[in-house]
Write a new protein. Structure first.
Length: 473
């Protein structure tokens, strides 16, 4: 698919959630990007199945929210079983009410393979490209670009390269970037997508250990499919059998189900939960995103979501530099903004895994922001409820839904109350209205990724801010 001499602006290594989301964001900005994937197809398993509310907002902007909602569903209530009897419900998540400023209030379950199919379709709809069977073996860069070498086929030269090739990232290793972390749990964990009879699809079925030295089993119906996801833990040092017979034995030993109730194993994997953070997210013209930059325990559903939001942060910055004439120094803010967030989310995932934190407000990722970023300018002496660096809430201003106004690759200026909005040109639409409960009053310049970059009262402030970033003559 990639001809010799193909020179995209951006080469994205890895067709997982981060790579595909970045490809979409760049494609809608008119940036020529090529996604390469070492496998012959997309990842086939359900692994990252929980999409958090903040990522739903990102998917709204990227144009895939409708498909994601149609493909999935809410998480079922947990049901505890003992000796073949239902003994009580277990709520996996603290409840939250949807509100005008946060319309998506709970995790949405979609198997990872389906999320990736949706992202791929959107990428190709926008003219984006994926080349499968392309395994990177080396990366060489200079002052003008990056050359990637592969096990077979021609080299690819690009102005920038983004490594989104997973926790064992070949690109990260080629650059010699270390990862610092810990084993969260030394016990091997089986994750498998099954077809199973004898269980309803209304509950997330949990089978606690029956005795000393035995592990638990959890079987969750995967929304939008006929499959279940089974998760089972084993004692340290166990060799996990991923075959149909092996999985059947585990289910039969740990539940009231018979081995033959498992009719098919569609995908299976074993892993040891760990948490690790790359020592840096950038090396020259190469950026790390997703699992290549941070590896999470699956508890709490933070890995896929943090990965997509890495892409969302980097996409607009690459677009600004490659298409809008912004100073390349803007790209320095990717690591500055995302590495602290990834560190916080790793700590959260580990805490949830160890039973120290409930799945609740923090796991929804709506409170993440960039107040300390060098891109953030808060010029008011007495800021209101939303400050520069915060996520820009949804709401209705002057009859306009804000998420509708924000949707797309542009900046947006909100002028609330008596604040006088400057004319920043067609590229920065203005939404005017009275003081708003979620925001208060003032001018709010909202970044393409839905965070407030600048906030104040001065009509000259937004223009000066964009000029500082090199986004305005």
């Amino acid at each position: 698919m990639t001809a010799h001499g193909d020179t995209p602006d951006v080469l994205i290594v890895g067709a997982g959630p981060a790579g595909l989301a970045l490809g979409i964001d760049l494609a809608r900005r008119g940036v020529d990007a090529l996604v390469v994937e070492r496998a012959d197809g997309l990842f086939p398993g359900s692994r990252g199945k929980g999409i958090q509310p903040r990522t739903m907002e990102v998917f709204d902007d990227l144009g895939v929210l409708g498909a994601v909602r149609a493909a999935g569903g809410t998480y079922p209530v947990g049901m505890i079983w003992q000796d073949g009897q239902r003994v009580g419900e277990h709520r996996m998540f603290d409840p939250a009410e949807a509100s005008e400023d946060s319309p998506y209030n709970e995790p949405w379950m979609v198997p990872q393979w389906r999320t990736q199919e949706i992202l791929r379709a959107r990428l190709e709809e926008l003219g984006g490209r994926i080349a499968f069977g392309r395994e990177v073996t080396g990366v060489v860069q200079d002052g003008e670009g990056v050359t990637a070498r592969f096990t077979s086929g021609a080299d690819v030269r690009a102005r920038y390269l983004v490594a989104a090739d997973g926790g064992r990232s070949a690109v990260r290793r080629a650059l010699g970037i270390g990862m610092t972390g810990e084993t969260v749990d030394p016990n091997p964990t089986l994750v498998a997508d099954l077809r199973i009879t004898g269980l309803d699809r209304d509950n997330w079925h949990v089978f606690p250990p029956r005795g000393e030295g035995e592990g638990f089993l959890a079987v969750c119906p995967l929304a939008g499919t006929e499959d279940f996801q089974a998760v089972a833990r084993f004692p340290e040092g166990t060799s996990v059998d991923l075959s149909l017979d092996g999985v059947r034995k585990v289910v039969a030993a740990r539940s009231h189900l018979a081995a033959e109730d498992v009719t098919e194993v569609r995908w299976a994997s074993d892993f040891r939960p760990r948490a690790a953070l790359a020592d840096r997210f950038r090396d020259g013209r190469v950026f790390l995103a997703g699992d290549a930059a941070h590896v999470h325990s699956p508890a709490g559903g933070q890995g896929l979501n943090t990965s997509v939001q890495d892409a969302y942060n980097l996409g607009w910055k690459l677009g600004a530099v490659l298409r809008d004439g912004a100073d390349a120094a803007l790209l320095d803010t990717y690591e500055e903004e995302r590495r602290p967030v990834a560190a916080d989310m790793l700590a959260l995932s580990t805490s949830v895994h160890r039973g120290q934190t409930r799945r609740g407000g923090a796991t929804r990722q709506l409170d993440l922001g960039y107040r300390e970023s060098s891109l953030t300018e808060e010029t008011r002496e007495a800021p209101g409820p939303v400050r520069a660096g915060d996520r820009a809430p949804d709401g209705t201003v002057g009859g306009v839904r804000l998420f509708d106004a924000f949707r797309g690759p542009h900046w947006t200026l909100l002028a609330l109350g008596s604040a006088q909005a400057p004319d920043l040109g067609e590229a920065v639409p203005v939404v005017r209205g009275p003081a708003h409960e979620a925001y208060g009053t003032g001018l709010f310049l909202v970044r393409p990724d839905g965070y407030v970059g600048w906030a104040g009262a001065s009509a000259t402030g937004p223009g000066a801010y964009l000029t500082r970033l090199g986004l305005r003559p």
